[in-house]
Design a protein around this ligand. Structure first.
Ligand code: ADP
Length: 369
């Protein structure tokens, strides 16, 4: 089956003026950085959401933070340009919303090459990979989001493509079957994953550059919000920017989504200008607390403490009780709770820490007895 694909030109128009949308809770998106609305089911078409078009940095210089990653990428790009060779394959890992897709779209622009985008779960069989690979131009980039969700046969099909720029296609069946070797243009594969640990060693080892994206500091998020307020032509007071940044769980996508909500709140309830009072009222209304935890985060902790007596409990069991998918918990909820030391992961399961009991003002039998 030949798929339609989204090809982003090397130098897109800078005058995209898509209108922004969306600030749903659970807003980091389940593993994928591409918003659900942008994924035409089963078609493999990935189009950036309108928010992304407006707010997503277009050049690496426009990106904030992740300095160490930027330095590595910059050196690799400089060297590849000087040698006139494609960039080595790159793997980005880290929780959703931290900039994996942004890097994957900025890099081809810096290199002046095309990028074609797809995602692990939509590639069901090796033959679905063929059009992506055969349409590659010299040096162009293929971006596979959620690469840990590639089915094993597709993953194995990629091995020779990545290593030798070659694929073997089997034509016909039984005694009539024959193998066709197809030479590909040298290209760069950029993979993004929220679960580096789920990648098989042979796939992981074929990436020359592997970079982990960590959470952003409050200052970095303030900078992102200030730049985005200008892009959207919204007055954002500095203390309001601090408030939104502090409640954004170290994640640019969450900061952006919460800012969009606060902006709408300001337009509906006031004169459209975002000051501290407006920001606090808007975020409180959404159930986002002072450290950025939302209702789902608190429900996770409450379930772990009330239903499972603080743990240890398996993520599947917690997910069943909460009626959400274990993937959502592992990708969106747990990373920040682990980093903030509200939860620990042990071999026997997840456990709530004393800090979680304190935050929720719940009786801690281990401490308060
Ligand atoms: P991921 O692919 O890791 O899920 P994205 O790259 O889609 O995350 O980032 C989500 C949004 O956050 C982007 O649309 C962009 O607006 C913003 N963003 C991410 N990283 C940065 C950054 N370093 N600087 C500025 N904005 C960023």
């Amino acid at each position: 089956m030949v798929r339609e694909r989204k090809i982003i030109p090397a130098e897109p128009d800078d005058d995209d003026d898509g209108k922004e949308k969306g600030y749903n809770e659970g807003d980091a998106g389940a593993g994928s950085s591409l918003p659900p609305s942008s994924h035409v089911p089963g078609s493999g078409i990935m189009a950036p959401g309108e928010n992304d078009i407006v707010l997503r940095p277009k050049r690496i210089a426009d990106m904030v933070g992740q300095q160490e990653v930027m330095d590595v990428i910059q050196i690799a790009m400089d060297a590849a340009k000087k040698r006139n060779e494609p960039l080595g394959h790159i793997l980005f890992d880290g929780p959703p919303g931290l900039g994996k897709t942004t890097f994957a779209t900025c890099i081809p622009r810096e290199m002046g090459v095309k990028v074609d985008m797809t995602s692990g779960p939509v590639l069901k069989a090796p033959k679905e990979m063929i059009p992506y690979l055969t349409n590659l131009e010299h040096g162009s980039v293929l971006f596979i989001d959620e690469i840990h969700r590639l089915p094993k046969p597709v993953e194995e099909f990629l091995y020779t493509a990545m290593e030798d720029y070659r694929i073997d296609i089997i034509l016909g069946e039984g005694v009539n079957a024959r193998t066709l070797n197809l030479q590909l243009q040298p290209f760069t594969l950029i993979g993004a994953t929220t679960r580096a640990g789920m990648l098989s060693a042979p796939l992981r080892d074929r990436f020359l550059i592997r970079q982990h994206l960590g959470y952003y500091s409050v200052d970095e998020l303030i900078e992102i919000l200030s730049r985005n307020a200008k892009k959207l032509n919204v007055t954002l007071n500095s203390d309001a920017a601090v408030e939104i940044a502090k409640r954004a769980r170290g994640t640019p996508r969450i900061a952006n989504n919460r800012f969009l909500w606060v902006r709408d709140f300001a337009m509906s309830k006031a004169d459209g200008k975002v000051n501290l009072d407006i920001a606090k009222r808007a975020l409180d209304m959404m159930g986002i607390d002072e450290i950025g935890l939302d209702r789902q985060d608190r429900r996770y902790l409450e379930t772990l403490i009330r239903v499972f007596n603080g743990g240890p409990a398996g993520v599947e069991a917690i997910a069943h009780t909460m009626s959400v998918s274990a993937d959502t918990l592992e990708d969106e909820v747990e990373p920040f709770l682990l980093r903030s030391e509200y939860v620990i992961r042990t071999q026997r399961g997840r456990c709530a820490t004393a800090k979680a009991y304190e935050m929720l003002k719940l009786f801690n039998p281990n401490k308060d007895a």
